[in-house]
Design a protein around this ligand. Structure first.
Ligand code: SIN
Length: 544
């Protein structure tokens, strides 16, 4: 039997090792000299960040582009639910955040004149996306930040699965982690930053890796922390439609370079450069009309495809597809959770001592639909801001960003909050940590995996790109069934992740049922138009 490592106490504990978490860890250790710990449930570089393709949207070509144009595109994509101040912070601080990453060693693609080569993606009025290795940007960002964090004094704890927040005296005092050997430990921290990524594993069709199991959102809900905008799951329009989980992404940058979307008969039917929500909706509608499970991406018109997009070309080669001659089967797949744990402009949640940044957070920058390549940017900007606020002595939220919907009262220009209570049925992390059963119970892990498969299929069928009241109600029954299995298997990592997914699914379904309109990434077949009365944030809290 392996004994647990000694207890740790740090100034800042970062949960997760993607762009937001590692940016925060490096800054906290280097710029502010804080004692930093990073807990991450898999290997340090196994975060969703690594899977990001297109790049980082930021204004570098000031002859054609401007902060105001990037802001306008972000707001337009966001379906009326972006917080304008949060978007301004994101866009204004973006270029410096990218420059800082370059100082840390990131190598981005350059034009022949040495300037950053900029790509165009859907929803962007012009080319402003910085990229690396064609569309291997996430790999480069993760490589750079992993190297940078290892060069600091930050303590990185791989294989440490955060089960639950420790809440003492009305503030977050750290997390309980479980290790593969079954030991659990309380890691105490003056401040805890959730940077644990998204929830793609809720769906059968997703571009997200196995780690994306909504752990941060679920922990926050169990601790009574406010969560918002979780009904807005962004479905990427062009995931390669092959029998793989997760599905390989065909970057939006392909469309920026002229790739066309065609239906099963080879007809074009949608403007490829629209924001993702509209393209995914159009593809899904066309697939239903034609009774098929895919459309096609036609990249045969892109010159020098292999040189420009080497990683995609090689992945296509592995599955026998030739981009210069073949039409590539595509279908929308869950890609990004636009909402999450509500924060202010500095990443503070409504639990003092708890901060959130990156995909797990709802700062207000994405609204109802994230603009392409604004996510790595968000991690860079808001990961750093949270740390700067901690170092400056901030403690507890301000009524800024999405937090306005929680703390209110908002001014006439702000987006109001509408409270929504959900009952949590899946077992809590503290319960499963205490029950003493082996975490490697194979039968239980198998049961959890099978229940996850059923949950993912139900979510894709009933709470996917297109939803209605009946499909959401049916899906809620499937979540209940999965939560029962989670309760019985939560002593295994698979069961604990299933519990987190069920918890988050409950919040998502409650908000999706309450949002009786279509807006951004949330399309209700029974309410196809936006309702101006619902230009609000549903702020979800759990009841016991
Ligand atoms: C892509 O390359 O299409 C994905 C970029 C993003 O998620 O913003």
């Amino acid at each position: 039997m392996t004994s647990a490592p000694p207890p740790v106490e740090v100034d800042l504990l970062v949960v997760g090792s993607g762009v937001a978490g590692l940016t925060a860890a490096v800054r906290a250790a280097d710029a502010h000299g804080l004692r930093v710990g990073v807990v991450t449930k898999s290997a340090i570089d196994a975060a969703t960040t690594r899977w990001a393709q297109g790049g980082i949207a930021a204004v570098f070509d000031t002859s054609a582009d401007s902060t105001e144009l990037h802001i306008a595109d972000t707001l337009a994509a966001g379906g009326g639910l972006c917080d304008a101040d949060a978007v301004r912070v994101l866009v204004e601080q973006g270029p410096d955040a990218v420059r800082h990453l370059i100082e840390l060693g990131a190598v981005f693609d350059r034009a022949p004149d040495g300037r950053l080569d900029l790509a165009r993606e859907g929803g962007h009025g012009l080319a402003r996306v910085v990229h690396a290795g064609g569309v291997a940007t996430g790999v480069e960002v993760e490589r750079t930040l992993v190297g940078a964090v290892h060069a600091t004094a930050a303590h990185v704890d791989e294989g440490a699965f955060a089960l639950d927040l420790v809440v003492e005296g009305g503030r977050c005092a750290g997390v309980v982690v479980a290790r593969p050997d079954g030991t659990t430990q309380v890691v105490r921290a003056a401040h805890t930053l959730l940077a644990s990524g998204g929830a793609g594993q809720l769906f059968a069709l997703t571009t997200n890796p196995a780690e994306a199991t909504a752990d941060g959102v679920a922990m926050a809900l169990r601790a009574g922390v406010a969560v918002a905008d979780v009904e807005f799951v962004q479905f990427h329009p062009t995931a390669l439609a092959i029998d793989r989980h997760p599905r390989p992404l065909l970057s939006e940058a392909l469309r920026g370079d002229g790739a066309l979307i065609r239906d099963i008969h080879g007809e074009r039917f949608v403007d490829e450069m629209l924001p993702r929500d509209l393209v995914s909706r159009a593809i899904t509608a066309r697939m239903l009309e034609q009774g098929v499970d895919h459309c096609f991406l036609d990249v045969t018109g892109i010159d020098h495809f292999v040189e420009r997009f080497p990683t995609i070309a090689s992945r296509l080669g592995e599955v026998g597809l030739d981009p210069t001659t073949d039409l590539l089967p595509i279908a929308p797949a869950a890609h990004y959770l636009c909402g999450g744990v509500v924060t202010d402009l500095d990443g503070a949640t409504d639990l003092p001592g708890l901060w959130a940044a990156g995909e797990v957070a709802c700062s207000g920058v994405h609204g109802a639909n994230r603009l392409a390549s604004n996510s790595l940017l968000e991690g860079l900007v808001f990961g750093a801001r949270a740390v700067d606020a901690v170092a400056a002595g901030a403690d507890g939220p301000q009524a800024t960003g999405a937090m306005r919907a929680v703390l209110g009262p908002p001014s006439a220009d702000d987006i109001a909050g509408r409270p929504l209570a959900v009952t949590l049925r899946a077992a809590s992390g503290a319960h499963r940590a205490a029950d003493g059963r082996p975490p490697t119970d194979e039968a239980a892990a198998k049961q959890a995996a099978e229940a996850l498969d059923r949950l993912q299929r139900a979510m894709t069928a009933g709470a996917g790109v297109l939803r209605d009241a009946a499909s959401l109600a049916t899906t809620a029954e499937a979540v209940e069934a999965a939560a029962t299995v989670a309760g019985a298997t939560a002593h295994t990592r698979a069961g604990a992740e299933l519990a987190n997914l069920c918890t988050t699914a409950s919040a998502l379904l409650a908000a999706a049922a309450a949002r009786v309109e279509s807006r951004g990434a949330h399309t209700r077949l029974d309410h196809p138009e936006p309702d101006p009365e619902l230009a609000v944030r549903f702020v979800v809290r759990a009841t016991a």
